[in-house]
Every structure is written in C-alpha cells, then in structure tokens.
Write a protein that binds this ligand. Structure first.
Ligand code: MSP
Length: 476
C-alpha cells in the first residue's frame, strides 16, 4: 500500500544534563528520514516530533544540587537542546518540540490515568524492587552486572513502596501476536527476536506507574499524593506531541506513528510498557519501533575517566553542520553500535567530502564556465531508486554509500572524458559531457538534501549561477 503520511519520533531526552552526542545521533537520523519523506510526500504530510522528558527523581535531585528550582533548571537545559538542534548547529527541522512540563501534556496524561483507572487497568498496590535512578526504571536481578546497572554503573536502590500498578499479564499474549505479525514491528530483526524470546519465557510483572515521594512529577488525579512514574508520562508524548488530548477517539491525521526511533537502552520499556498503555486504551500501536546501537569511542563506552569522550561541539567545530551530520550517519551500519574516533572521522571527511564530493563539485562548476547551459530544475525520480528503498528500510548508511557511488562514477566520468582536452578539440562533445555531469550533480544534490541540506542547496545554486566557494576544505 502506498504510504500517504509519515510520522516519526525521537525519544524525549532527559533534562538532567546538557545534550550529548548520543542524543545528536538519534535526532539527526530522524531528521534525515523526515526530510526525505517530505521530499516524497510534501511537507504537510510529514510530522517529526522531538522533545524533552523533564520530570522525575533524577532531575529533581540535579536541580537541588545546583540550587535551582526544577522548572528553572529544566528551562535552561531545554534551551541547550533547542540550540543544538538550530540551523547553525545540527540543522534539525522538527515539526514540534514537546516538553512533558507543557500544560496540555500534563492534562492529557491525567486524563489517561483516570481512564485507565476507571477501566480497571490500574490498581493500588505495593511494589518492591531494585530501582536505578539513572534509568528511572526498576531492574531485574538478571539485568545487573556485578550487582550494578550496566548503563549507569551504579548499584540500584532497594525500594518498597505503595504505588499504583498497571496490569501487564492481560495484554501479554496480544502483544506477542502483534510483534510476531509485524503489526508492531520491532526492527532490526535481532531486537524483535530478543523481545519475543523475553516475552515468551517470562510472565510480565505488573508495572509501577506512580511514585510517592517524588514531588517533581504529574499528580495522579485520583490520588494526588502520588505522581506519575516517569515512563508513563514520557510515552504519552508520542500522542500529546500531535495535539492529542487524552480522548481515545481523537485520531489525528498522523497516528499511528510510522517510526518510534530509540536507542537499545530503552528497547525493553518501549516494547512492553508503551504498547501496554496503548492496548489498554484501545489505541493502535506504532507501526515500527526502530532500535539503534550506541556510540562508542575507540571500541569503548565513552567516559570521562577513560578520556575518550567525543563531544558534539568538538565535531561541529571541526566538521561543520553537514560534515557532522554526514559522519554520524555514515560511520557504520545504522542499527549496530557505532565506533567513532576523531582520527577516522577526519580521514573520512577528507576522503569523502573534501576529495570526493568537494572535488566533483568544484571541477564540474569550473568546467561549465564556458558552456552556454544551465540545468533546468529537474526532479530525479527519487521514489524508484535503490536509495529510497534503503531509506524505507532505515538503512541510512547504505543510502549514503549508494549516493557516494554516484559521486565516484561522476568523478570517473570526468577523468575518462578529459573535458579540458575536449575544450580544445571537440566543443560539441564537451557540451554533451558537461550537460550530463550537470544533471548527475543535480541528482546527487537532490539525494543529499535530507542528509546535508545546506550542501545540497549550495550545489544547486552553483549549478544555476556557475559560481561556487569550495564546499569542504581538507583538514588535519
Ligand atoms: N527520557 C528517556 C526516553 C523517554 S522516550 C518516551 C531517556 N532519555 S535519555 O536522555 O537517556 O536519552 C535516551 C536516548 O538517547 C537513547 O535511547 C538514544 O536514542 C540516545 N542515546 C543516549 N546515549 C547514547 C549513545 N551513547 N549512543 C547513541 N545513542 C544514545 O532514556
């Protein structure tokens, strides 16, 4: 069936600290897919949502530590995120930036909790478990390494408290069916298998959806001593970010989401709690949960202690906006962990951007100076191409590879035809060769648009005006 709309979301990021390279990675990937879909379907048929997850113990504590009110603290962090997404930095073109402290979001969350309570999907009880404040999640013993949460390297706290719980067992077999049939597709395949084997081997425990001693949260309407558990509040952003108000019958144009993009650290909750809420509410599940790996540096998890941190600011100042976007998206198979080093990225920048693309553009523009031709705005048939197939399958790095094979071919075409010699002896052949190269370059620019929007525009302008500044300089 032909797709007629596209709705994609990033996870909403915690506002306990400034944005980092991992946040940038997910967000650039979603931006690429959103921009590409806008090319296919028109701006009005695409919705790209990102935002921030602002409640909970972790953020409350952090604000206290620096002597600020939580709201004041999160407002500052949110402006850091918005700044990183701006045109001058990563050039992220989102359609909405949802904050879980938005009053419309809070109202909708409360309405949902009331609905779930009235339906009997939520009940009062007690929860005992190991809580990791880093994840804002209860952990199973078998998820710990040496008694510690492997993602945050901290020993989770034993907690026993009165809370509200959401029923999970009643939805489990329905959930398994939806995952197996790909009605709720978990991709790549290895993550689908991982979740299915988890769901088939154990009965899901009911999950705690409220906390009693966390004031920085949304009060539960039927028992305001309790506030919502971070994750329930957070998941609903995917609906409230579209303007959904908690009424299950209100289906805006864009639901269900085509892709909820996430990192592997939050797969389990996205594959269990999130669909459970929707099933209880009678709302269709997202079409796809796409899970990518983590960014590593020199084969290891980045950490201050190891001294292997690569910051997004460092990348931006060295490689610029489009260079950074390119390097994040082309460094490895999208979905797997991505191992970065500044050395390798510098090499790749020089090879692919300064030499490959940069060289092609400057040669073509130089060589067309003397021919009387400019390209007509020409729309390449993006839909049919192998590149679009790869992007449909979220193989972002493969799509870039395919574009780069066109760049290589075009550079080879120049070497084979030696237009500088044709200029002296066969001007009609020169015209033919250069017209073809101009069309090739126009097509490359079109393909590049979602990945490197500014570069693509510069190439198109250069083809019209026959003037260009060097796009990418070699760097050390
Ligand atoms: N607030 C929750 C998500 C709620 S979504 C309803 C959260 N926030 S987070 O700030 O920790 O961001 C998590 C996301 O950031 C990951 O899922 C991933 O997309 C991205 N990354 C965080 N660290 C990362 C790496 N080191 N590498 C790649 N991406 C990672 O969890």
């Amino acid at each position: 069936m032909k797709k007629n709309k596209f709705y994609i979301t990033t996870p909403i990021y915690y506002t306990n600290a400034k944005p980092h390279i991992g946040h940038a990675y997910t967000t650039v990937a979603c931006d690429v897919l959103a921009r590409w879909n806008r090319q296919q379907l028109g701006n009005e048929n695409v919705f790209f949502l990102t935002g921030t997850d602002e409640h909970g113990m972790k953020i409350q504590k952090k604000a206290e530590e620096v002597g600020k009110k939580p709201q004041e603290f999160v407002d500052e962090i949110v402006s850091e995120f918005k700044n990183l997404w701006s045109k001058e930095k990563l050039n992220i073109k989102y359609d909405n930036f949802i904050r879980t402290t938005d009053s419309a979001h809070i109202k909708a969350v409360q309405k949902v909790l009331q609905t779930l309570f009235d339906k009997g999907a939520i009940y009062k009880g007690e929860y005992e478990g190991l809580y990791c404040t880093g994840c804002e999640q209860f952990k199973n013993e078998n998820e710990l390494v040496d008694g510690k949460c492997p993602d945050h390297d901290i020993v989770p706290e034993k907690m026993k408290e009165e809370c509200y719980l959401m029923k999970m067992t009643s939805i489990q077999s329905d959930l398994v069916k939806k995952i197996e049939s790909n009605e709720f597709e978990i991709a790549p395949e290895k993550y689908k298998n991982e979740i299915l084997s988890f769901l088939k081997n154990q009965t899901l425990n009911d999950v705690s959806i409220s906390r009693k001693n966390v004031s920085w949260g949304i009060p539960i309407p039927f028992d305001p001593k309790h506030t919502t558990y971070v994750w329930v509040d957070a998941f609903l952003n995917y609906l409230t970010g579209l303007g959904w108000d908690g009424d299950e019958k209100k289906f805006p144009k864009f639901w269900p989401a085509d892709i909820n993009m996430i990192g592997k650290d939050i797969l389990r909750v996205h594959a269990t709690i999130w669909p459970a809420i929707l099933i209880h509410l009678g709302i269709e599940l997202p079409k796809m949960l796409f899970t990518h790996g983590h960014i590593l540096s020199g084969g290891k998890k980045m950490s201050k202690t190891l001294g292997n941190l690569i910051t997004i600011d460092e990348m931006l100042s060295k490689f610029g906006t489009d260079g950074t976007r390119y390097l994040l998206m082309s460094g490895g198979t999208f979905g797997d962990d991505l191992d970065l080093t500044m050395e390798r990225m510098t090499e790749k920048y020089n090879a692919d951007l300064a030499n490959g693309l940069g060289n092609l553009v400057s040669r073509v523009i130089k060589l067309v100076q003397n021919i009387n031709k400019s390209v007509d705005p020409y729309k390449s048939n993006l839909l049919q191409s192998e590149i679009s197939k790869k992007l449909e399958e979220v193989q972002i790095d493969r799509a870039l590879e395919a574009i780069w094979s066109y760049v290589k071919d075009a550079n080879k075409e120049i070497e084979d035809n030696k237009p500088w010699e044709l200029a002296k002896k066969d001007t009609s052949k020169l015209k033919e060769v250069m017209e073809h190269l101009m069309l090739e370059l126009y097509m490359i620019a079109d393909y590049l648009l979602p990945f490197m929007p500014e570069t693509a525009e510069k190439i198109k302008t250069a083809l019209k005006t026959k003037k260009i500044e060097p796009l990418f300089q070699r760097i050390k």
